[in-house]
Design a protein around this ligand. Structure first.
Ligand SMILES: Cc1cc2nc3c(=O)[nH]c(=O)nc-3n(C[C@H](O)[C@H](O)[C@H](O)COP(=O)(O)OP(=O)(O)OC[C@H]3O[C@@H](n4cnc5c(N)ncnc54)[C@H](O)[C@@H]3O)c2cc1C
Length: 447
């Protein structure tokens, strides 16, 4: 088929957001009898799932301190449940296990989850938490834990399988997916900023609307759109902070302990919930006993047949360089710079042993291979879903987003003229107006 020279909608990025938007949009237009060939074109400079969506740990949860994130995540979890088998979604639940400094914040999440009908149990007090955890894992031994939020919904999905499922759905609905095509610029009309065409390394595609879902590459497309890479942000303190970088990279550290996934099953032989443990108890090396940290730390883990072991990660680290100086390519495990090292392996394996006796002495089985990757974060570390240049919708999830499978559906609705109350709290204007999302005491920049 010839390379298209025009399309109604050009979607950039074949990750979770680009494909989900394209699929839902195609369904909506088809239902109205308004979908023609080449109307929706998805472009990706790599392949399907070649960005962050294809390496995500795949965790799907709702324990957000921000009411707007919680409401949106409830919608996303429902979307995963709607085609669990197709998306390789495992609804095992999720546990947020926390120290006293997070108790109040997590208690508030639990109360507000109840208010929106999101099923969870909240256990409080050190003794009750230990008892509860031992009913799941008899070898539970983590210290300094005073609350457990057990979300009965959520869990995890197999990253590439779910993205390919979306691609199949989009393709079947009439979306044209073109891989190996890089967007290199935008053309606009003489009297407005609206985009009239997308420039690619294969030629120009005239279009009515552009959707950007490029994950960690968003600073590059932002620049091509002539949007400012420094902005003023009205902070939670009411003060205006001048010249704040629009994008900051963080590096996510994840890895796999090479034991049988069955090694992590519950007392009943079932797949356990995804575990997320934060604590301020000191962490000592399970290899040589030295102190690793006496500051608050956190890890997450799950037995995973897709990764073939116990897979998980720890708190990310901030890349201190300006975003424009960070090499996003080659991405993920192919990056020479942003992959995990022995320090992560020792910390994460020691943390596993801190939580459960079965992991003591297992660090030697850590699979020492490149893993992890970077994500582009906004000034308040929450997503921006908004329209720029009149007809360009940017889905910049601030690295929250593999789980956010419903965002594409809501964006497609907006493209059909339906404003989404769930997306409204994520407009870019919040930085100028100071309507920022609240932050919790978690050591992670995304909770
Ligand atoms: C190690 C790691 C683990 C994670 N774990 C989780 C998790 O457990 N749960 C969770 O919810 N989130 C997780 N995330 C975050 C999540 O993966 C991302 O937020 C989400 O996948 C972003 O999806 P996307 O569709 O915006 O972008 P991506 O999946 O990154 O896709 C963007 C695509 O755009 C293409 N592209 C870029 N520039 C261009 C261009 N100029 N022209 C054409 N194509 C272009 C790329 O090739 C890429 O395929 C994790 C992230 C990382 C790095």
């Amino acid at each position: 088929m010839a390379f298209p020279t025009q399309a109604k909608y050009v979607v950039i990025g074949a990750g979770i957001h680009g494909l989900s938007t394209a699929w839902h949009l195609a369904q909506r237009l088809k239902a109205k009898g308004k979908l023609g060939a080449n109307d929706i074109v998805v472009l990706d400079k790599g392949g399907i799932a070649s960005g962050a969506s294809g390496i995500a740990c795949g965790v799907i949860r709702n324990n957000y301190f921000q009411p707007a994130m919680r409401a949106l995540m409830a919608e996303c979890v429902a979307e995963w449940e709607a085609d669990a088998k197709g998306y390789s979604y495992h609804p095992v639940g999720y546990m947020q296990i926390s120290p006293e400094v997070m108790h109040e914040n997590v208690g508030q999440i639990a109360r507000e989850q109840r208010d929106i009908g999101y099923t969870s149990s909240f256990i409080e007090g050190e003794a009750d938490c230990a008892r509860y955890m031992k009913t799941i894992f008899s070898d539970w031994q983590a210290k300094g834990i005073t609350s457990v939020l057990h979300e009965k919904k959520g869990g995890y999905a197999n990253n590439r399988a779910s993205i390919y499922r979306l691609a199949d759905k989009a393709d079947a609905a009439g979306v044209r997916i073109l891989t190996g095509v890089e967007v290199t610029g935008f053309k606009s009309g003489s009297n407005s900023g609206a985009i009239t065409a997308v420039e690619t390394d294969r030629g120009l595609i005239a279009c009515d609307h552009v959707v950007v879902g490029v994950g960690p590459w968003v600073p590059q497309i932002w620049k091509l759109l002539d949007l400012p890479n420094r902005i003023d942000v009205k902070g939670r303190d009411g003060r205006v902070h001048k010249d704040v970088p629009m994008w900051t990279f963080w590096c996510l550290e994840e890895g796999t302990l090479g034991v049988e996934p069955n090694y992590g099953l519950t007392n009943d032989g079932a797949m356990p919930p995804v575990m997320h443990v934060d604590t301020d108890a000191p962490l000592y090396s399970d290899i040589d006993g030295k102190l690793i940290t006496d500051k608050i730390w956190g890890i997450y883990y799950k037995p995973d047949f897709n990764f073939n072991g116990i897979q998980g990660g720890a708190s990310p680290w901030k890349v201190e360089r300006p975003a424009e100086q960070v090499a996003v390519d080659p991405y993920g495990p192919a990056s020479p710079e942003f992959v995990v090292d022995e320090r992560f392996a020792e910390m994460w394996c020691s943390a596993l042993a801190f939580c459960q006796k079965r992991y003591e002495g297992q660090a030697g089985k850590y699979r020492m291979e490149p893993s992890g990757g970077i994500g582009a974060f906004t000034p308040d570390s929450f997503p921006v879903f908004d329209t720029f240049r009149e007809n360009c919708t940017v889905i910049a999830d601030s690295n929250h987003g593999y789980k956010m499978i419903a965002v594409g559906k809501l964006v497609a609705g907006e493209l059909m003229g339906e404003k989404s109350a769930l997306l409204e709290p994520f407009r870019h204007s919040r930085f100028a107006t100071g309507k920022l999302h609240p932050v919790s005491n978690s050591p992670f920049p995304w909770s």
